[in-house]
Design a protein around this ligand. Structure first.
Ligand SMILES: CC(C)(COP(=O)(O)OP(=O)(O)OC[C@H]1O[C@@H](n2cnc3c(N)ncnc32)[C@H](O)[C@@H]1OP(=O)(O)O)[C@@H](O)C(=O)NCCC(=O)NCCS
Length: 181
């Protein structure tokens, strides 16, 4: 007896055992382009202007990208950076920051891929917990398994005292945690 495929959230159908396909991407697919980094040894400083522009357009902190270029994951389409995320490590604690997708490519799953890649990078670096802080994208992170833990003061001290969290996040920002171990 066959199983009746059930509609998935995007209107397709999925039967037991099927592997979900890649997220839908509008336009020329950035998913076909490699997610790369972080690897400061491969000259990815070339991505800096694109990353800065992306963060600025997304309303995120765009200063100091050059200092963090070795922590950045980017999604490239041809020679253009269309998405980025970054992990600052504090021993077993990781701070996921600067998650941004080019407006043109939002809603296609690229944000999920960037966070997944950044989480893998954090795990590879020995982080057991990953933290994010956001003013208005808390539900995006919650969909990915992050758990809200309170306002920014709830962050572990090394992350709470970073200039970005202390100086750039408002009191309304929400802190979230994802266990990696
Ligand atoms: C947040 C952001 C990175 C998401 O990128 P994206 O590529 O559009 O995300 P995805 O397509 O992978 O979205 C995955 C899911 O999260 C949802 N989502 C996307 N952005 C969201 C947001 N800001 N708030 C709540 N949910 C959001 C999507 O609707 C989607 O849900 P669905 O599968 O039910 O449709 C992007 O909107 C962005 O750059 N925002 C501005 C910068 C920002 O707020 N960054 C986060 C704090 S560092």
């Amino acid at each position: 007896m066959g199983l009746t495929p059930r509609p998935d959230r995007r209107g397709g159908t999925r039967g037991r055992g099927d592997v979900p396909g890649p997220p839908h991407v509008r336009g020329p697919g950035p998913l076909g382009a490699p997610l790369r980094g972080p690897d400061p040894s491969t000259g990815e400083g070339e991505d800096r202007p694109d990353i800065e522009a992306l963060l600025k357009a997304a309303g995120l902190v765009h200063e100091g990208v050059e200092d963090r270029i070795g922590e950045a994951v980017v999604a490239g389409l041809d020679s253009r950076v269309v998405g980025t995320a970054s992990v600052e490590g504090f021993g077993e604690l990781g701070h996921l920051r600067s998650v941004a997708v080019d407006q043109e490519f939002r809603g296609g799953g690229l944000g999920i891929l960037l966070v997944a890649r950044a989480a893998a990078v954090a795990r590879d670096r020995g982080c057991t917990q990953l933290y994010a802080v956001t003013e208005d994208a808390a539900s995006f992170f919650e969909r990915l398994g992050f758990r809200p833990i309170g306002p920014k003061d709830a962050l572990p001290e090394p992350i709470a005292r970073t200039p970005m969290v202390r100086g750039q996040c408002s009191e309304d920002a929400v802190a979230l945690q994802l266990a990696l171990a």
